[in-house]
Each structure stands twice: as C-alpha cells, then as structure tokens.
Design a protein around this ligand. Sequence first.
Ligand SMILES: Cc1ncc(COP(=O)(O)O)c(C=O)c1O
Length: 431
Amino acid sequence: MNPLARALNDTLANTVVARVFSDLGRRMYFPKGIVAQAAEAKSKATKFNATVGMAYADGAPMTLPLIRELTGNLPTAETVAYAPTPGVPALRDAWKEQMLAKNPDLADVPTTRPMVVPGLTAGITMTADLFTGSGDTLLLPDLFWGNYRLIFEERRQCTMREFTFFDAAGAFDRTAFADGARAAASNGKLTVILNFPNNPAGFTPGSGDVTFIRDTLVQLADSVPVTIITDDAYFGLFYDDNAYTQSLFTLMADAHPNILAVKVDGATKEDYVWGFRVGFVTVAFQGMTAEHSAAIEQKLTGAIRSMVSNSSVLSQSILLRAFAHPQYEQQKQAAFELLEGRFRTLQDILAAKEREGRAPQLQPLPCNSGYFMSFRCNGLSAEALRVKLLESGVGTISVKDQFLRIAFAGVDREVLPELFEDVFTAAESFG
Ligand SMILES: Cc1ncc(COP(=O)(O)O)c(C=O)c1O
C-alpha cells in the first residue's frame, strides 16, 4: 500500500471511516507530486513557471479568441483553466455558507469542506467507491432513483435491500424501515441511502419520521458501523408544512461516533443548471477532528483525481458569480414559486379527479416536494399505461410496472389539466 494511503488510514484508525472503508477506500490517497511541486513553484518560480499542463500567454491561460467571445469575455482563469481537484475554493466556501443557511441545525457541527464533483451522480459513485463493496448491503426505499442500481449493484456489487416506503395509510412506513435496517445490518455493516424530496414519489417525510430514522440508526450504530448517504438532489423544493425542511444529514452528522454521514447535493436541480455538472460531497461523524476531516478530504480528492481529475471551471465560475449576484435570491425564489404553482394545480386536479371518481386504479402516492409525483397502478400495468399514453403523444415513466411517474415540474401550469385528463382517460380505457 502506498505510504500516503497508510498515513491517512493511521489518522482515521479507530473511527467509523476506517470501519466502513472499501478496499479501494483504504488504498486511496492523493499524491503530493505535481500538485505540491506546482504550489511550490507558484510562490518561488519568479523567473519562469513551467510546471502546469496548460498553455499560457502573457501570464494567463491561453484561449481561442472565439472561445473568449463565447464565454462573455470572462477572464480565462475562470473559463478554460483547470479547476483545483477538490473544486474552486471560493465556491466550496459559498456552498458551505448556503448549506448552513439552509440547515441552521448544522451551525456548530464540524463537517468537511464541501468538495466539488461533476454532478450528484459522481458524488454518489465516489462515496460508493470509498465506503461500499461486495458483501455489503444497501438499504433503500422501494421507490428510488434507478441509477442507484447501476452504481451500487453493478459497479460496487452491493446487495440492495428495499423497504416499503409507504404504509397502507400512505405514511412513511416506519416499521418497514426499522425492520429493513435491522435485517440489512445483520452482516456487520449497514449502508443506507435516502433521497428527500424523493424521486419518483416527490415525498419528504416530516420531523417525526426523520427523528425516527435517526433514532433507529443510532440504536443500530451501537453494534454495527453505519453509513448514511443523503441524496439531496431536490433540496429546497418543499411545498407543504409537513415536510422536514432541513437535510436529514443535519440530524445524522453528529448523531453517533459509529455513523458516517455523507451529504451529496448540488446545483444541478437546486439552481436549474442540469448540464453544468456541479455537485458537492460533504462528510461528518460525531467526534470528527480537523485531522480526520483533512484525511477524508485527501481520500475524496484522490477519488476525484483518479476518476475525472477535476470539474468544469466554467460551470463553477458562473455559479460563484451567480451566488454573489444581487438578484440571485429573488430569481431563485421566482423559480421556486413557478414550480410551487404547478404543485398547487396538481393538488387541485387530483382532488377533482377523486371527487369525480375517475380511474380508481390510479392511486396518487403522497407528494409534497420536488419535481415528480407518482401513481400506484392497482390492477393495471404501469408499463402498458405508459405505452398507451405514448401512442397519444404523452411521455411518462413507468417504474417496476407498478408506478407511473409524472414530472409535473417539466410541464407548464396551464396544460397540467390536459396532461392529467389524458392520463386518467388512458387508465380508464383499460376498464
Ligand atoms: C435522486 C437523484 N439523485 C441524483 C440525480 C443526478 O444528479 P446529477 O445530474 O447532478 O448527477 C438525479 C437526477 O435525476 C436524481 O433524481
């Protein structure tokens, strides 16, 4: 094993991180080589700096004139230069500041400094690389973002154990969660991924439920190391007062020395920049010291360096400028209100359909947040319904042949009634 990896492992010895590391996580490190030498050159190479793998002219990264024009004449250091492997420092700090504003209960809790990754997908994959592997069991609800399967089951060869998300009354199924967690922990290690607001249901549990989740995991952590990954892709899009409006990470970050909390979030959905590919990974556990935090950052930096080297500097620069812009908050609020308006219309439509007794096979699942709503299709193939809708030009997603997912965030408010009329009519045509 590389001596740098060994030194990081020594720093993290006797912590939950060491207990949940995959083989790859244990081997990972960030080489001092080029980066350390380039940093040294930055301060000492006053005559010529020939360290960096970028072409320079007149002291700035070169670019083609047309690229400069197309990037609004921003300085080339913000558009075409390499970003540091863990991200542009000012953006990492701005995101941390936002994280604290969005999650006031994190105020006094030590966390790592958010690291920039190219989208949440990369953040989840790197987390999975470092902390999961063959023989591990991942607990997740039976309604989940399909990419988890590729990441955890195929790449990392974990066993996925699903728990029933909703009970018969349409509430978060606490019993199913607790039973699932106990069963998944039986091989000596527990990994959980939870995504609120949820894709595909558009559901965020309330504070009683998230407290239950925390208490369940805290109890299990007395006997097994627990990793809880919170996928906060749709964070902030909460439309009713019943949703817990801080990240579950807030409750888990300082919950137990044997619980590793990993927050994966990003600008992708929150800031309406899907193709920018800017996500963040933040880690915490109870008792984490500054040395632990630095060692975890080195491990993550190695993961980024070996997978993508670094994330787009152009995207990071634009976001950083947007966050500091006087109109940022106001414009973000306006975008939220647009989606909230669609959610209210959706509620009205569903209430009217229920009053009218339309398509009783379609049971709307609880929805209070995010981009999506889903129907449970009782006695009806969701895939057959999807194909039928497609024939009439309406695109939806079927999940497990049981659920039909509709992205209400992607459809203008004025035409939502027509979209849902099409869905109900198509369901009724199955008799
Ligand atoms: C729950 C969830 N997590 C993560 C992602 C991916 O985010 P990104 O595009 O930043 O990789 C998505 C995208 O659909 C998602 O629904």
